[in-house]
Write a protein that binds this ligand. Structure first.
Ligand SMILES: [Zn+2]
Ligand SMILES: [Zn+2]
Length: 345
């Protein structure tokens, strides 16, 4: 079968002919129905070199996947061939305390394992088939099509986790700011709308992203630029934001986040653009807490999928056949994807 592989760091991915995988004991083979093209793949392709991550190329890209169970290895029970499933993406050891709580995104033994998931050291979903090392990563789908479910496993789950940790702050009369309305950000707006009464302010440099945000429930869209902080403050009646979610992570977006975060707020940096935020006594409101987050938990994936199955959230998608996966990454790099690009093998 043909698979889109990262074959070397800082090198454009290439299609390679690889053998169709067979599930070994305990593993499950999934026929891929959709694989999201994520901004973090661009960082993975361009920004890393040997030794920076615990794993090395080659491997098949695609860490945001859903499909149908095709075959199971020895000893796998309780799953049905043909069942549509979403695939939980961060793969830990499964045995440490965090993993046993469903937080494989924060596995205590990740460094020792050496890989982080399918598409992150192991073969991912940019191919007709992929293997998952355990049935525990598969969440059954009901009415959701795998093409629509795939983006929920990262573009949905990652902002869900970021919003959920700040829910106690987002009571009536508060404001949440979403910086970067791409694949993750447009889901963040929907999740804030569904889970909280906070007024939502969205910031992006692309007008079409701001339309997407206001369509999804943002009270106001603000153009990224020198005036952005003033406009956000204006939109929040001068008070600033109780929660800021930065899905970009450049120096510029983090500086904006710090400017608009009010006292006692949460500033959560999700985007991997590699910026830094100077931190000093007077650089941010008193008792504002700054955190990064990585992905989400397995129980949270069930919650995200439940919201989607109920029709309450939906990823805006643009589909590309596998043969055009490089076009999808190009469009993503050029800021031309509205919502999420999903590869359909
Ligand atoms: Zn991702
Ligand atoms: Zn673990």
């Amino acid at each position: 079968m043909r698979a889109l592989q990262l074959i070397a760091w800082q090198h454009e991915p290439e299609f390679r002919e690889v053998s169709e995988p067979e599930p070994r004991a305990g593993e499950v083979l999934v026929r891929v129905g959709g694989a999201g093209a994520c901004h973090s793949d661009l960082h993975l392709i361009n920004d890393f070199s040997s030794g920076m991550l615990p794993f090395e190329p080659p491997f098949t890209l695609g860490h945001e996947n859903a499909g149908w169970i095709e075959a199971v290895g020895d000893g796998v029970r309780g799953v049905d061939v043909g069942q549509p499933v979403a695939i939980y993406g961060p793969w830990g050891c499964g045995r440490c305390r965090r993993c046993q709580m469903g937080m494989e995104n924060y596995c205590e033994r990740q460094a020792e394992i050496g890989v982080m998931g399918g598409g992150l050291g192991l073969d991912g979903g940019m191919a007709p088939y992929m293997v998952t090392p355990s049935a525990r990563y598969l969440v059954p789908l009901q009415a959701l099509d795998p093409v629509d479910a795939a983006p929920l496993t990262d573009a949905g789950l990652t902002p869900y986790h970021a919003v959920k940790r700040s829910l106690p702050l987002l009571v009536p009369g508060t404001a949440a700011v979403v910086i970067g309305v791409g694949g993750l950000g447009h889901m963040a707006v929907q999740l804030l709308r569904e889970l909280t009464p906070a007024a939502i302010v969205a910031v992006d440099q692309r007008p079409e992203a701001l339309y997407l945000a206001t369509d999804a429930g943002a009270a106001r869209g603000v153009a990224m630029g020198p005036e952005a902080a003033a406009h956000v403050l204006d939109a929040t009646k001068g008070r600033g934001a109780d929660v800021v979610l930065d899905f970009v992570g450049t120096n510029e977006t983090m500086a904006l986040a710090a400017r608009v975060a009010r006292q006692l707020s949460h500033v959560t940096i999700v985007g991997l653009a590699g910026g830094t935020l100077p931190f000093s006594f007077f650089s941010i409101g008193y008792e504002a807490a700054v955190a990064t987050t990585y992905w989400g938990t397995l129980p949270e994936l069930h919650e995200v999928l439940a919201l989607a199955e109920a029709g309450r959230i939906k990823a805006e998608i643009a589909t590309f056949p596998l043969a055009r996966a490089l076009d999808a990454y190009r469009a993503l790099r050029e800021g031309k994807v509205n919502g999420r690009a999903v590869i359909v093998p």
